[in-house]
Ligand binder design. Structure first.
Ligand SMILES: [Zn+2]
Length: 205
C-alpha cells in the first residue's frame, strides 16, 4: 500500500469516543486531534456541550450547526478539544468557507430572483445574470464543501454523555483509548474490592 493511502487509512478513518465531561473540563490528553503534536490549546468547548447534541444526529442541520458553532466559539476556553499552535484555526478556517459560502449562495440567488423581471404575457423568462453567477458558485461550492466537510476531523455522533470524533489523529485516539481502558480496569478493581465487603456486612435482623 502506498504510504499516502496508508496514512489516510490509519489517520483519517479513526473514530474515538470522547466523554463530554472531559471536553468541558479540559482534561483530554494534550495531543492535537488533527496532527498528533503537542497541543497547547483547548478550544471549542461548545462543540461538546449537550445543547448541540441534537445537531450531531441530524445530518442536514448538523453540518451547518457544527460549523456555525466553531465560528461563534473561536476563543480560548478552559475546556475544549486539544489543538496545537498550527491547528488552532483548523475548524474556524473551514467554518468560514462553509458558512459564508452557503450564505453568499443564498444572497446571490436572492438578488438574482429579485431582479429577474416578470415576463410580459407570451414572452420568455429571462433570468438575471446574477442567477448565472449563483449557479457557477454552486458548482464550485458544493464539491469543495463536501470534500472539506467529509475529510475534516469532526464530531459525527454521540449521546448525552459522549461525542464520537471521526478522523482524529492516531496518537490522540491511542491516548484516549488507553486512558479509557485504564479507567475500566480501575473500576473493575474497585468492584472486586467492594464485592467481598458487601458479603461480609452483617444482615439486619
Ligand atoms: Zn496539530
Amino acid at each position: 500500500m502506498p504510504p499516502a493511502i496508508d496514512l489516510l487509512e490509519a489517520g483519517r478513518m479513526a473514530k474515538c469516543v470522547v466523554h463530554r465531561a472531559q471536553i468541558a473540563d479540559g482534561s483530554l490528553p494534550s495531543i492535537c486531534i488533527v496532527c498528533g503534536d503537542r497541543a497547547d490549546h483547548r478550544l471549542f468547548a461548545g462543540v461538546g456541550s449537550p445543547s448541540l447534541a441534537w445537531a450531531m444526529v441530524s445530518p442536514l442541520f448538523g453540518l451547518l450547526a457544527f460549523w456555525g458553532s466553531t465560528l461563534r466559539d473561536a476563543g480560548q476556553s478552559p475546556g475544549g478539544f486539544p489543538f496545537c499552535e498550527r491547528h488552532r484555526n483548523y475548524w474556524p478556517r473551514r467554518a468560514r468557507f462553509i458558512v459564508f459560502g452557503f450564505v453568499s449562495l443564498l444572497v446571490l440567488m436572492g438578488i438574482g430572483f429579485a431582479f429577474t423581471p416578470r415576463p410580459a404575457p407570451g414572452e420568455e423568462v429571462e433570468a438575471h445574470w446574477m442567477l448565472g453567477v449563483a449557479g457557477l458558485w454552486l458548482l464550485i461550492y458544493l464539491p469543495t464543501f463536501l470534500f472539506m466537510h467529509l475529510a475534516a476531523v469532526r464530531p459525527t455522533g454521540g449521546d448525552p454523555g459522549s461525542v464520537v470524533l471521526s478522523g482524529a489523529s492516531r496518537p490522540f485516539v491511542v491516548a484516549i483509548e488507553s486512558e479509557q481502558k485504564g479507567d475500566e480496569a480501575k473500576s473493575r478493581r474497585a468492584d472486586a474490592h467492594d464485592g467481598p465487603q458487601k458479603v461480609a456486612r452483617p444482615r439486619p435482623t
